[in-house]
Ligand binder design. Structure first.
Ligand SMILES: [Zn+2]
Ligand SMILES: [Zn+2]
Length: 426
């Protein structure tokens, strides 16, 4: 991936921000597993590596380990049986092993990357990822979703110095994981739409149309590969991986997760926290984000098409109503996240005046939900709530209460002011 070309494209950006990133190299290709040692050395990595993996990713990346040893690296291994979620205790485990190593190599995706991303920051170690599946878009991000106090919040981490992936390994990944990567990418239309809404109503900085365009190009490329996602196709798997890395890079360039996540990610996190509280496996990130994206795309488009005018009032949502929608063990975190009353900055009159433009932006930015459904089925994605173990009751609660998962303006957060019950537009 030509990182310099991306930086060049955003030089002297009209948005006024200086866009930068820390990443030094992204190598995605056939046979990369055998060249990892060479690539790490070229990028200044020392020879003592902490390798964090789980049993699945260790098996998938089998050729990597002898190649690293042959290249002169010494490996200190932390191998989980099966790491299903990134929580604060796992972060501490990685940190505790960092004393006598030069760098951290995370072998895998998602949670394995996230615990390392945070530890690399707190322990000031160089950080590389060897990806085993194109399953989500967080590879190039510098924030990590970590479960703490029964809640999922973004912790500061580092962007990896190097991201590596062997297309032979990516292509052989389970279809469910590759389809999850596809599901995570269809969310981007919603992220960009909610970002535009926030810019319109509260002039949120930094909104950057050039980063939004870069993201949408990555999404379109991904959608064009829908039929090849379920196949063991190295070229398609490599292209999917590139678009996922580019998505994470866009977050770094925008210094915000805005271009990559909107109401759908918040709803998926609501489902996830609900399940974690009850000891239920929350399912793959991109798999449930894909389902949430399909629902939210339909909801936003239905509202834009059917609600021609609104007569907004002051925000009718009370603290008591928000508390009732969350478990008592989550209240402290919910209170912290919602300490700033976001809607104070948006008088009813302003929302009323902005409504025609919000409708126009929704119809312009968001894809047709039936077309999206068709593409997702072809890519092997989950499209129904039952496929991600979400009941109709949890769906309704998630639709209404996800805006309180984040200190951020989403259109869904403003719908109660407009007298719109989101559940009626599914
Ligand atoms: Zn995501
Ligand atoms: Zn810009």
């Amino acid at each position: 991936m030509n990182l310099q070309a991306i930086l060049k494209r955003l030089e002297n950006c009209p948005c006024g921000e200086v866009h930068t990133f820390a990443m030094r190299a992204v190598e995605i290709g056939h046979g990369v597993a055998g060249r990892v040692g060479e690539i790490l050395r070229e990028n200044g990595f020392g020879q003592r590596l902490l390798v964090v993996a789980d049993a699945n990713t260790t098996a998938a990346a089998a050729p990597l380990f002898p190649a690293l040893t042959a290249a002169g690296f010494s490996l200190k291994r932390l191998t989980y049986p099966n790491l299903l979620c990134a929580d604060a205790d796992r972060v501490r485990e990685v940190e505790a092993l960092c004393g006598d190593v030069d760098a951290i190599l995370s072998v895998g995706t998602g949670s394995l990357n996230d615990i390392c991303r945070v530890a690399a920051k707190t322990q000031a170690k160089p950080f590389a990822i060897f990806a085993t599946a194109p399953s989500m878009d967080g590879f190039a991000a510098d924030l990590a979703p970590i479960i703490d106090n029964n809640f999922k919040t973004s912790w500061p981490g580092v962007q990896p110095d190097v991201i590596l992936a062997d297309t032979a390994i990516l292509a052989a990944a389970p279809v469910e994981l590759k389809a999850a990567g596809f599901g995570d990418m269809v969310a981007k239309y919603l992220g960009i739409f909610d970002w535009k809404v926030a810019r319109l109503l509260v002039d949120e900085k930094p909104y950057c149309p050039a980063v939004a365009d870069l993201m949408l190009e990555a999404v379109e490329k991904m959608l064009s590969l829908a039929d090849r996602v379920p196949l063991c196709d190295e070229e398609a798997a490599g292209a999917i991986m590139e678009s996922l890395v580019l998505s994470g890079l866009c977050m770094k360039l925008a210094a915000s997760s805005r271009p990559a996540s909107g109401a759908e990610h918040a709803m998926s996190h609501y489902w996830e926290c609900y399940k974690i509280m009850r000891g239920i496996w929350p399912d793959f990130h991109g798999k449930k984000v894909g389902v949430a994206s399909l629902i939210m795309t339909r909801v936003y488009r239905n509202i834009a098409e059917r609600v021609e005018t609104i007569e907004p009032t002051a925000d009718p949502i009370t603290v008591e109503a928000v508390h009732a929608a969350f478990d008592p063990a989550q209240h402290a975190e919910v209170d912290r996240i919602n300490a700033i009353a976001l809607t104070d900055a948006i008088p009813p009159e302003k929302l009323r005046a902005a409504w025609p433009e919000i409708r126009r932006m929704a119809l312009e930015t968001l894809p047709d939900a039936d077309r999206l459904y068709d593409l997702m089925r072809r890519a092997g994605c989950a499209t129904e709530i039952a496929e991600v173990n979400v009941t109709p009751e949890l769906l309704e609660a998630g639709l209404r209460w996800h805006p309180f998962m984040k200190t951020r303006i989403l259109l869904t957060r403003l719908l109660p002011m407009a007298g719109i019950d989101v559940v009626e537009y599914m």
